[in-house]
Write a protein that binds this ligand. Structure first.
Ligand code: GLP
Length: 264
C-alpha cells in the first residue's frame, strides 16, 4: 500500500478528486468503481467542479458502484442510485446507461448479483476502484467475517453498520434496510488500481487495523494489503493511530511517484 497522510480532510478530498480526474483524462474510456457515504460527497463535488473547469469528458466512462440497499428503488432518496445521481452523475456528462449500481429492487437479488459480476467482466474489469471505510472495517458492504475472496453477493448488514448509517434514515436504525447487494472483496481486489479514502478521528483505530494488519476477515479492509496498486489517502485525524507514521512520511518524501502526485 502507498499511504499519504494529508494535513487535513480538505487536502485528502482534493487529492482524491485529482486521482479520479487524472484517471479519466489519461484514459477517457475508463471503468471506474465508485463508492458512497459522507466521505465521498465532497470528493464528488470537487470532481464535478474540476470536470467543469477543465472540460473533463466523461462520455466514454463506465462506472460500477460498490453496493446498494436491498428493497430501495432508484427513486428512494437514501438509495445509492439516488445518491449517485444527486452527487455526481447529474453534474458530469456521463450517459446514464454507462452507470451501474446494483439493483436493490430486483425481484431475484441473487441473480442480480451474478449479472452485476458479469457486467463488470464484460466491461473489461475495473480500472480504478474508489473506496471508503466503515467504522467496523467494511469496504463496500463486506462486513466482518465476509470471505476475503468473495464476489458480488447479498449481505445481511452488521448491527454496527445499521447504527452508523441510521443518521441517513432519521436516526432510526429500524428504517435502515437490513440487507444489501455488494461487490465482494475479491471483486474489489481484482480492480487494477484502488483508492481508499478515510478521514476523521472516529476511524483512526480501524485505519490502523486495515493498514498495519494482520489481514483478517474480521477487518475486511485489511484485504487491501493484497492489492498490488492501492493508494490510501488519510487526513491527520484518521492516521493518528498508525505506528508506522515515520516510515509513511519517509516514503512520501522519497517515493518519486508520490512526489510527482503530491506536487501536481
Ligand atoms: C457505507 C458504504 C461504504 C462506505 C461507508 C463509509 O456503509 N456502503 O461503502 O465506505 O458507508 O461511510 P462514511 O463515509 O459515511 O463514513
Amino acid at each position: 500500500m502507498k499511504v499519504v497522510i494529508c494535513s487535513d480532510a480538505a487536502q485528502t478530498r482534493r487529492l482524491a478528486a485529482q486521482v479520479l480526474a487524472q484517471q479519466v483524462q489519461t484514459k477517457p474510456e475508463s471503468v471506474l468503481g465508485l463508492a458512497t457515504g459522507r466521505t465521498m460527497e465532497a470528493i464528488y463535488a470537487q470532481l464535478a467542479k474540476r470536470a467543469e473547469e477543465q472540460s473533463i469528458d466523461f462520455s466514454g466512462v463506465t462506472t460500477f458502484n460498490l453496493d446498494e440497499y436491498i428493497g430501495l428503488t432508484a427513486q428512494h432518496p437514501q438509495s445509492y442510485r439516488y445518491y449517485m445521481q444527486t452527487h455526481l452523475f447529474r453534474l458530469i456528462n456521463i450517459p446514464e446507461h454507462n452507470t451501474h449500481v446494483p439493483d436493490g429492487a430486483a425481484e431475484d437479488v441473487k441473480a442480480e448479483a451474478r449479472s452485476y459480476e458479469s457486467r463488470i467482466a464484460q466491461a473489461g474489469g475495473i480500472d480504478l476502484q474508489l473506496l471508503g471505510l466503515g467504522e467496523n472495517g467494511h469496504i463496500g458492504f463486506n462486513e466482518p467475517l465476509s470471505a476475503l475472496n468473495g464476489r458480488t453477493h447479498v449481505v445481511t448488514l452488521a448491527q454496527a453498520t445499521l447504527q452508523q448509517n441510521a443518521v441517513m434514515f432519521d436516526n432510526d436504525m429500524a428504517q435502515v434496510p437490513a440487507r444489501a447487494l455488494t461487490m465482494g472483496t475479491g471483486t474489489i481486489l481484482d480492480s487494477r488500481e484502488a483508492l481508499l479514502v478515510v478521514t476523521g478521528a472516529a476511524k483512526a483505530d480501524i485505519v490502523a487495523r486495515v493498514i498495519e494488519g494482520p489481514v483478517s476477515a474480521l477487518v475486511p479492509g485489511s484485504a487491501l494489503q493484497f492489492h498490488p496498486h492501492c493508494l490510501v489517502l488519510l487526513d491527520e485525524a484518521a492516521a493518528s493511530r498508525l505506528t508506522q507514521r515515520e516510515a509513511i512520511f519517509w516514503q512520501m518524501q522519497h517515493d518519486p511517484e508520490l512526489q510527482a502526485f503530491l506536487s501536481a
